[in-house]
Design a protein around this ligand. Structure first.
Ligand code: SF4
Length: 355
């Protein structure tokens, strides 16, 4: 069964037209649905009995329920969402330093097939792709969380569970649904699609005219290190993924973010910082350094650690001295397992409190 998150204005108008009912109900219904972040009061909407009956299934169906909600001391909210069609995914809300804004992190798949060694999302492999409606509902859950904090969800990144390029049609449909006028739930420039480096996906995203940002999870500037961390690097090497990201930037005009999770003793040396500066040379992109949030042993059995504050600062300084725009991401939600896949992994291994 479909929920309102699965349909667009045109579909609702067509259904009303076919039933000889006023098409204007479609806009009223969707505006109310989005304005109330997925919680709709049909009595207050007064659609009339025939239209209410026509949309009975849509109005009574949701794909996602909050199975667990963890709030960090820094205000980060991590939701474990249970899916009616099976499985669980995570969505995270991070309050901005601007006290009226918040950022969200969305999942695109249940589990992940990519096998990145340091990531909890991939431990059970890929279960399935999310539908566009399931992604829209995730977005609405985060928007509701933001509203309860008096904030607006003004940026989202597809950097939760899954590789978005392997579910790009559903991701693109969901993005269009929440950015299209007259709903305008978020600006396209507020949306970032993150990839571990699926080159055909990057090219396809650039050709879709979505006008969103791209983040490339690089995590190492040399093929030897990157192939140990990210299996897909054996197919698309550092030079391949950087070239694809550069072409994306040139064709869309968007500044690309290079995501780099710092792992102590693995990818945080001075030599690797210098090599990262070299591969960034002439590229209109900035580097986002993410101090690792430990999750225990990776798939290979290696236990990764967060580098020291001094090491992180040294790595950053080498990049900035080479004129690479670099930010160190403030670690958020450590006390609620906010790293990708951690809460879901924990939920499958330990009992967690339901909401
Ligand atoms: S880091 Fe991203 S692409 Fe890699 S396994 Fe985790 S969810 Fe998948």
């Amino acid at each position: 069964m479909k929920s309102l998150a699965d349909v667009d204005l045109h579909e609702l108008q067509s259904a009303l037209h076919d039933a000889a009912l006023p098409e204007s109900h479609a806009l009223r219904l969707l505006l109310a649905y989005y304005k109330q972040n997925g919680v709709i009061n049909t009595d207050a909407l007064q659609l009339g009995a025939p239209a209410t009956a026509l949309f009975n299934d849509l109005l009574s169906t949701t794909h996602t329920t909050v199975a667990a909600r963890h709030v960090s001391s820094d205000g980060t909210v991590k939701l474990l969402l249970s899916l009616r069609a099976g499985g669980t995914v995570e969505a995270v809300l991070m309050p901005s330093y601007h006290d009226t804004r918040a950022a969200g992190c969305l999942s695109s798949q249940v589990g992940c097939a990519m096998g990145c060694d340091f990531c909890a999302s991939t431990r059970g492999g890929l279960e399935r792709n999310l539908t566009a409606g399931e992604i829209v509902e995730q977005f609405l859950h985060l928007r509701r969380e933001a509203a309860t904090q008096g904030r607006r969800l003004n940026t989202v990144v597809f950097m939760g569970m899954g590789e978005p390029m392997h579910n790009l049609d559903a991701v693109a449909t969901a993005i269009r649904r929440v950015t299209v006028p007259p709903f305008n739930l978020i600006a396209k420039r507020g949306v970032t699609v993150s990839t571990v480096g699926i080159v055909p996906g990057i090219e396809r995203l650039a050709s879709m005219d979505l006008n969103v940002h791209l983040a490339l999870s690089l995590h190492a500037p040399d093929d030897e290190t990157r192939s140990k961390l990210i299996p897909s690097n054996k197919r698309w090497k550092v030079a391949d993924v950087m070239d694809a990201a550069k072409r994306f930037s040139e064709s869309t005009g968007r500044v690309v973010t290079i995501e780099y999770t710092l792992l102590a003793g693995v990818n945080d040396s001075d030599a690797q910082a210098r090599e990262l500066s070299r591969v960034m040379h002439g590229f209109r992109a900035h580097v986002n350094l993410i101090p690792y949030n430990p999750i225990g042993p990776g798939l290979s059995g290696v236990t990764y650690e967060k580098p020291s504050v001094d090491r992180i600062e040294r790595f950053r300084t080498i990049l900035t001295d080479a004129n690479v725009v670099t930010h160190v991401r403030q670690t958020r939600g450590d006390d609620v397992n906010a790293a990708c896949g951690q809460l879901r992994h924990r939920a499958t291994t330990l009992p967690i409190a339901s909401v």
